[in-house]
Design a protein around this ligand. Structure first.
Ligand code: ASP
Length: 443
């Protein structure tokens, strides 16, 4: 027998109906011993997430507005769940305690964390599992940064004592004992930490989709599912905007080599997406797809610097980075040629400082010319298998050429795991469709 950690997201634990499905899934496999839960999410499109309502309570308190009504909506949802599940939990006592604390204007993190807390208490009773609070197990330092090794140790020590447990996601505490949450969607990280700590065979992340898609379904019609992806590939894809799993949830599982399996609570028969160290990188002759996925993002600025004999000039790139550092701007890519180097920055990071930055480039780098391309989009075509297939870049560039897309920048990582092209914002969707069709439809 193995051990599986199963994390259930907001929509999987939104109400009695969803929780009944969740229970069935857990009971189908006795290996599912440690369960991490989110706060109740939306039950229908116009519904509210509990976490949003709790943050709203805090906003009311901060503005000296009555918050009882908002909190009552939260309380009513848990009462309905309790009634539906027929569990024996003194929910009133928990709600009263929170109401008392609300009078003292607690931190937003404390208030938000109660969504996961109450849900885990109810779900533990429903499953007949132990409730294990995350507060003293998920450890943050005084600055609010996760202390990953201390957390690992605390989780190991505690979870060893339990056969089965339900653990609330999303929060832990700082050394002064105050509750601290991760960023939004952070229950995924809790699940990954638990999976690492107990050395799980797999970390299942149950949500409302059957895993990752090869491209954004708003751009490509019915894109194929990604069945296998490596941790590294996923980093390349998630960095560009995929949002099924919190980005920071990959690292803890990856450290312990625990595969992550994205699963759909509403379609438990679907195998979902498996995230492992290798992805599809098993060898040249397996029949996995050439590319794993396509992801992109709009609104970048590319500044192309040209200077004769740049390659012989020492410290040129160091000075570029120094300027970016002075302005606190992150660069996304830095593709270079013999006498050229382009700086790719997101418009978010650049803000309205383009002119200032260009002046600094002119003064401190003395380039022969500077070309600026605003409103650029970056598209990453990702896949380990691309590296040992000849003709991959030809296929990609032909596809874009035929679609009439002008490529303004190309960056191929030395791992050959991805090819990034820069195109104009207006060509973004067209380019993604062309690449998808060339690699996936043609297969
Ligand atoms: N409930 C939190 C949120 O809505 C955390 C989570 O669900 O992962 O962001």
């Amino acid at each position: 027998m193995g051990i599986k950690v199963a994390k259930f997201g907001g929509s999987s634990v939104a109400d009695g109906i969803q929780l009944t499905k969740t229970k069935q899934i857990i009971e189908q496999d006795p290996d599912r011993k440690f369960i991490v839960v989110s706060a109740p999410g939306k039950r229908f499109d116009s519904d509210n997430k509990i976490t949003d309502l709790l943050y709203l309570c805090k906003t009311h308190i901060d503005h000296n507005l009555p918050y009882d009504q908002v909190f009552q909506v939260v309380a009513d949802r848990y009462m309905a769940v309790k009634l539906n599940l027929g569990v024996d939990v003194d929910l009133m006592a928990h709600l009263d305690e929170i109401r008392e604390n609300l009078k003292k204007n607690p931190t937003a993190d404390y208030i938000a964390s109660r969504g996961e807390y109450l849900n885990a208490v109810l779900i533990a009773a429903f499953l007949g599992f132990d409730f294990v609070d995350a507060k003293d197990l998920i450890k943050f330092d005084a600055k609010g940064r996760l202390m990953i090794e201390e957390t690992d140790k605390a989780l190991k020590e505690e979870l060893e004592k339990h056969e089965n447990a339900v653990i609330p996601g999303f929060y832990g505490s700082t050394p002064d004992g105050n509750v601290k949450t991760f960023s939004r969607g952070g229950s995924d990280i809790t699940g990954s930490l638990v999976a690492r700590a107990i050395g799980a065979d797999v970390y299942e992340n149950w949500t409302d989709v059957s895993g990752f898609l090869m491209a954004d379904p708003r751009i490509v019609k019915n894109p194929k599912q990604i069945s296998n992806v490596s941790y590294k590939e996923l980093r390349e894809l998630s960095y560009m905007g995929a949002s099924v799993l919190h980005e920071d949830a990959i690292y803890p599982a990856r450290m312990a080599n625990v595969p992550i399996n994205i699963r759909n609570t509403n379609k438990p028969e679907d195998p979902g997406t498996m995230i492992t160290a290798e992805g599809y990188h098993h060898g040249m002759d397996d029949d996995g797809p050439i590319i794993t996925g396509i992801a992109g993002s709009k609104n970048f600025t590319v500044v192309a610097l040209y200077k004769n004999m740049m390659s012989a000039e020492r410290g040129f790139v160091r000075r570029i980075l120094g300027i970016l550092d002075d302005y606190d701007i992150n660069f996304e890519h830095l593709p270079s040629g013999i006498d050229t180097v382009s700086v790719v920055m997101s418009n978010d990071s650049l803000g309205d400082r383009l002119d200032e930055v260009l002046d600094a480039f002119r003064q401190r780098l003395q380039p022969d010319s500077i070309d600026v391309f605003e409103d650029m989009a970056l598209i990453a075509t990702v896949g380990h298998r691309m590296s040992y297939r000849p003709g991959v870049s030809a296929t990609l560039f032909n596809a874009l050429g035929e679609a009439g897309v002008n490529i303004r920048m190309i960056d191929q990582g030395s791992s050959e795991m991805n090819i990034i092209v820069g195109v104009e914002n207006k060509d973004f969707q067209k380019a993604i469709r062309a690449i998808y069709e060339a690699f996936v439809e043609e297969e």
